[in-house]
Design a protein around this ligand. Sequence first.
Ligand code: GLC
Ligand code: CA
Length: 557
Amino acid sequence: MEHKWWHGKTAYQIYPKSFMDSNGDGIGDIRGIIGKLDYLKDLGIDILWLSPIYKSPLADQGYDISDYYDIDPRFGTMEDLDELIAKAKRRGIGIVMDLVVNHCSDEHEWFKKACEDPDGPFGKFFYIEDCKDGKTLPTNWRSYFGGSCWEKLPGHDDKVYLHVFHKKQPDLNWENPLLRKEIYKMINWWLNKGIAGFRIDAIINIKKKLPFSNYPADRDDGLTSMDNMLKEATGIGEFLNEMADETFRKYDAFSVGEVFNEKDSELPLFIGQNGYFSSMFDFSTTNLGQSSEGWHAAGEITANEYRDAIFANHQRVDGIGFLSNIIENHDEPRGVSRYIKAEDLNDHSKKMLAGLYFFLPGIPFIYQGQEIGMENLEHIDNMDQLDDCANANIYETSIAACLSEKEALEVLRKHSRDNARTPFQWSDEEYAGFSSTKPWLLVNPNYKRINLKSQISDSDSIYNFYKKMTALRKDPAYTETLVYGSFTPMHMDIDNLACYKKSADKTIIVYANHQAKDIVLPLDAPLKKILLSNSKDVVYDNYEIHLSGYDLVVCEL
Ligand code: GLC
Ligand code: CA
């Protein structure tokens, strides 16, 4: 495989609104990030992905952009961002911006002009359709946030526009070459600023199945999942290849796609050598337990399912390209709360989960707060405590399925995206040291117990474990093996154990005992060295290794 500058890197996702507030308005901002660059450098971070900070009404927290060339004043100014890019670069950290181009905001100039003149040039930047009787919609697709994906075009009773996400996020019409040209111009404008690349939002949605048509309803609302349309939409590759040619490839930029529903045959095109993207996220665990009925019907995820999903996805891309590995992101509950049994959740098991994913082939992404073991909220008393625009749909779908109000809130407690969006817990001071005033979203009440300050000086802390992991990946003695080594799952017949081998010039095995029970395993060859473990004394001899509950061991053979 041709080596690329991003292959051995460790990435970190910042959700700016919740990372660090520098000016006491309760909202995280760019200057807050600048102030934490040394912290991130020290943690071993090379690539920093910022969730959107562009000008936005924040209907979907910045994923609704009203000006691609400006910064929202709540996050700071363009000068602040230039300073962040420069100061990060000096520390060897590349800034990755979020590229949200499936849709923009309904407050973007383009959409305003489209409303003024739907038949004019900007009308063709969107999907605007006739709806003469005000009732018969072009399709019965359900938007991702619930309800129909069609909304009346402001000022026109006989027209509707398409939004596969929120109604304040009108979809951009990628079939229109003029729109595509505007997008590429904007991408290059940012790349010229010296950013390292982009995380590409919701990209699989840019290709619609045309002409518009209905699919069989899959819930009582008479609507149908967007998946049905996406399965039949072909030809996205032409757009993606053109975008890569016109932008990323010219700059050798890093690009990581938020790609769902890709077909096996498309993998080389997406992330192979000279693919559309440098990498794409491994969402195999994100999808686990999900039900087409909604989050209230989601199942528990077992340790075997977790392992099998991840390993299968890495085998699927083996020899083709690099996945980007996550435990969680801003769209998911906290991974430690989701993938570890509640009664077993502690520092030891959290480190096990960390080690399990961190040495997989590909690029590890740490989501803010993951490195200190941040957890889901413990209670949600009412909807007013929450913020996310996706919550209402989760709640209403639960109520419609005959859950009580209390049970519906419990569904949100487990699955709401707000779990990952509560402010970063820097210390045990008021508001967790995130802000001097009441933050925009509640602080997780567990901040007295879980916070960075208490972990920095504790050599046994989760934070210091993450530091050891990033250091090991950077150790020149092991980089070749950890970054480019072949990947072989091991002991697949043993339940609740995730074990894999990486081999190149060295052979490294990762053991992750994903349960409270002990396991004794035979060794193929004597262990040379324990490189990392969450256990102080790993018991082994030349023939076998003894793993206690939730032990994680990375060793050299
Ligand atoms: C992506 C983002 C998510 C957002 C959606 C619409 O999935 O990660 O936060 O709501 O796209 O832009
Ligand atoms: Ca602020």
